[in-house]
Design a protein around this ligand. Sequence first.
Ligand code: BG6
Length: 484
Amino acid sequence: IEVDEFDLVVFGGTGDLAHRKLLPALYHRDLDRQLPAGARIVVTARRRYADADYRDWAAAALGEHVADLDEAALKRFLARIRYVPLDVDAGTGWSELAAVLEERPDVVRVFYLAVAPDFFGPICEGIGGEGLVNATTRVVIEKPIGKDGASARALNATIGAVFDEHQIFRIDHYLGKETVQNLMALRFANALFEPLWNAAHVDHVQITVAESLGVGGRAGYYDAAGALRDMVQNHLLQLLCLAAMEPPESMDADSVRDEKLKVLKALAPITGDSVDRLTVRGQYRAGASAGGAVPGYLEELGRDDSRTETFVALKVQIANWRWAGVPFYLRTGKRLATRVSEIVVQFRPIPHSIFDPEAGPIAANRLILRLQPDEGVTMQVMIKDPGPGGMRLRQVPLDMSFAEAFKVRNPDAYERLLMDVIRGNQTLFMRRDEVDAAWSWIDPILDAWAAGAGHPKPYTSGTWGPSAAIALIERDGRTWAEDG
Ligand code: BG6
């Protein structure tokens, strides 16, 4: 369905995000005829490009990131682009931008801040100062939203001085992933799971976001962040919220976000002494990946004194009626054995077996939501082994692979999220109080790590992280579902 007429202004239009994500996502939406005839993409950056120069740059970006580029669609898409040189530091280019936007005062106007957070303040002031905020204006910001609770509050205050909360779209691109939204469909569009979705029936939950790549060219940003800020504060906690929240009243943005907020507030604090027991941090060393030998994190960084973690494992408890006593094990890291993201809900074992011991062991049921790659849902159940050989039990997957079931291209998260911004739907975006609550829980862990003398535990690239992460779950008599 076509969205309303819009002007989308991208700050940082020659950056990595525009190159890899925004332009390809907009192109795909255009290809599917979701962009209205007059929709414009107004790109700003410091470089003194003419429209034609930027269109060439954009065409090259699309050539790199889109398979089977359609020539006619590409032409139509490029014609939507305007380029306005704008230097935030020097304060130049604002009136030129204002003039372009004034050509269409009545369309939805979106400002996308694809820039480092240091620029958020000056850009918001520029937008406010030029009087560019109208009734249908929205602003999109990317993480990192702060490096701790205090800086996040300051950043949110800066943006809040120019925009109302209902105009602010804080992107967590994990919320735009198909399977993440499927978690809501699975839980709340089926009668089957919800009665079992609690401490009486669930033994524990695992959330893994494993990457096989290292930090590559982003070492500068990453070294100041680390895996806890880069992945856990946002993506993993958001996944945990969707898995653990109570049924919202509706899919309305505030209903969903109210429920997620309650989960964040119910997270049992990990502070002081418990930090060593409930958290593991690691840093990759040289090793091997699918492509061959790879250097360690410190070599990539070019420094040998960094204590930044590239891996985190956590044992998290949610202190409420539904989840009391059910651990949520979280882990994420770079340069792990493989790229896989999944949520595993491990149910409790059956209370009593009626079968002979010869029938074999009875594994407890397990529901696996695979976010990537090979998006899908698997339910592991016990069945009788086929054949006349007597009653032998076997665990089999009831498997649904989305690629096989639907045979459609799996849209990138940004496609969905950008269209939601234009529609003004905030359901899949983080509210200010969610960001605050997430930081309130993360801050004490960061503080304890910073205060302690310890270093992250080394792990060899291409493995599943430090052995302490395996011990974290095995101490409880459990194992990671995915361990190479
Ligand atoms: C980003 C992180 O938010 O998510 C990156 O900053 C990480 O470090 C990326 O690589 C992972 O996203 P995806 O969609 O590839 O799983």
